[in-house]
Design a protein. Structure first.
Length: 302
C-alpha cells in the first residue's frame, strides 16, 4: 500500500472532529499516519484527539500556543517526514473512503508534484449545498499570487514538495505575520521550483461550511466580502513581501524570477507597475478578481 502522512490543525472543533477523524482513519488502500496539532483549543477538542491517539497508534498529537490555522498547519508540517505522500485535513469535513488513494494515483511516479480537487460543499448536517470547482484555472506563479484557488484539504503532494517547505518553516512562520494560508505556500513552493499541479475533475470530500468555520470561505457572503476587503486593503503588501521572500531564494535564471521581481518592486518602479497590469501572468481565471486586482495595482494596494 502507498504510505501517506495527513496533517491536521484543530481549534475548538469538538462538534465535528470525531466524524472527520473517522473518515480519515478508514481511508482505503493506504498506510496512513495522522498528525494533529491542537492550536490552543478551549473546548473538549484536545481531549477527543488524545483519546483517538491512545486508541490508534498511527495518530500523533501535538499541542501549542494559538498561531492561527495557517501557521499551525505549517508548524505541524515539520513532523513525521518519512512517508512518500502528504496531505492536509481540516477538522470538520468528511472524506470519502477513496479520497487519498485517488489523489495518490494521479501523481504516482512523478516528482515535485501537487494534486488538488474540487469540493462538495455541505452544511453543518452534511446536506449537499453546491460544488466548488476551478473553471479556467491558471497554473502560474503570478496567478497564485493574485488568488490561490486550491483548497488545502483537497491537496496531496510528494516528499519533494513537503521537504522543501519543511526545511523553510521557521523562516516562513517568522515572516508570515499576515498569516498567508498554508495551502497558498504549498502552491507557490510547487510552482516556483518548477513543480506541476494536477487537478482532478472529481471530488472526494464533503467540505463542511458552518458558523464556526475557521477558514475564510465560511460564514456567508458578508464574511467573505469582509475578508476580501481586508486582504486587499489591510494586508495589501503581502504579495510584495512574499515575492521578496522568494527572490532571496531563487536565481535570476529561474523562469518565475521576472514576475516575482515585478510584484516585489512595482511600487518603486512605475514601469514595472504598468507592465504587471498589462501581463496575463497574473490572471486568475476569475474575471471580476482580475479586474479589481488591476485596480488595486494601479493605486498601489495589490
Amino acid at each position: 500500500m502507498e504510505n501517506i502522512t495527513v496533517y491536521m490543525s484543530t481549534y475548538n472543533g469538538e462538534k465535528f472532529i470525531r466524524e472527520q477523524i473517522d473518515s480519515i482513519i478508514y481511508q482505503k488502500n493506504v498506510e496512513l499516519y495522522l498528525v494533529i496539532r491542537d492550536d490552543g483549543s478551549t473546548d473538549n477538542t484536545l481531549d477527543i484527539i488524545q483519546e483517538y491517539s491512545l486508541k490508534y497508534p498511527n495518530i500523533f498529537v501535538y499541542t501549542g500556543e494559538n498561531l492561527g490555522y495557517a501557521n499551525s498547519f505549517l508548524t505541524v508540517l515539520r513532523e513525521k517526514g518519512d512517508t512518500d505522500y502528504y496531505a492536509f485535513a481540516d477538522q470538520d469535513d468528511i472524506w470519502e473512503e477513496d479520497k487519498l488513494i485517488c489523489g495518490i494515483n494521479k501523481i504516482k511516479n512523478k516528482n515535485n508534484i501537487l494534486y488538488a480537487s474540487p469540493l462538495k460543499v455541505v452544511d453543518g448536517n452534511n446536506n449537499y449545498v453546491s460544488m466548488k470547482d476551478f473553471p479556467h484555472f491558471t497554473s502560474t506563479v503570478g496567478s497564485a499570487l493574485s488568488r490561490n484557488r486550491l483548497a488545502g484539504c483537497t491537496m496531496v503532494f510528494d516528499k519533494v514538495v513537503r521537504d522543501r517547505i519543511a526545511n523553510d518553516v521557521d523562516e516562513i512562520i517568522k515572516f508570515n505575520s499576515f498569516k498567508y494560508g498554508h495551502d497558498g505556500w504549498v502552491v507557490l513552493y510547487t510552482l516556483i521550483y518548477g513543480g506541476e499541479i494536477i487537478l482532478d475533475q472529481n471530488s472526494y470530500i464533503h467540505y463542511r461550511r458552518h458558523e464556526t468555520t475557521v477558514t475564510n470561505i465560511g460564514g456567508g457572503v458578508k464574511k467573505r466580502i469582509k475578508n476580501e476587503l481586508k486582504g486587499s486593503l489591510n494586508n495589501c503588501d503581502f504579495r510584495e513581501n512574499i515575492s521578496k521572500f522568494f527572490l532571496t531564494r531563487i536565481s535570476v535564471e529561474n523562469k518565475n524570477y521576472e514576475v516575482l521581481d515585478m510584484v516585489a518592486n512595482y511600487k518603486r518602479k512605475n514601469k514595472l507597475k504598468w507592465k504587471l497590469i498589462a501581463t496575463s501572468q497574473i490572471n486568475t481565471g476569475i474575471r471580476v478578481v482580475d479586474i479589481y486586482n488591476r485596480f488595486f495595482l494601479a493605486i498601489g494596494k495589490y
